[in-house]
Design a protein around this ligand. Structure first.
Ligand SMILES: [Zn+2]
Length: 86
């Protein structure tokens, strides 16, 4: 998982994911909650995506899309498996 640094102080950011979504949606839910997790700086609190430089935002968007794509592929694989064993 890629880590990002705070645009203000440069310290590493932690991600705060929605654990409720992860608990209810299984692995796909975990992936989606990670994809939409917000970034937190220990000094500055929640960092809005608009506060990051544009190249970082592009990278984040690609990572998010990759996660969503992975979740969809996984979902299709699970459905295909269920169909196959029935
Ligand atoms: Zn900071």
């Amino acid at each position: 998982m890629a880590t990002y640094s705070c645009p203000t102080c440069g310290s590493a950011l932690t991600r705060q994911s929605n654990s409720a979504a992860g608990a209810t949606g299984g692995l796909v839910g975990v992936m989606l909650s990670v994809a939409f997790a917000s970034y937190h700086c220990t000094q500055h609190g929640k960092i809005d995506r608009s506060q990051f430089p544009s190249e970082v935002r592009t990278k984040m968007m690609i990572n998010t899309l990759a996660l969503i794509f992975g979740a969809i592929v996984l979902l299709i694989a699970v459905i295909a498996f269920i169909v196959a064993i029935n």
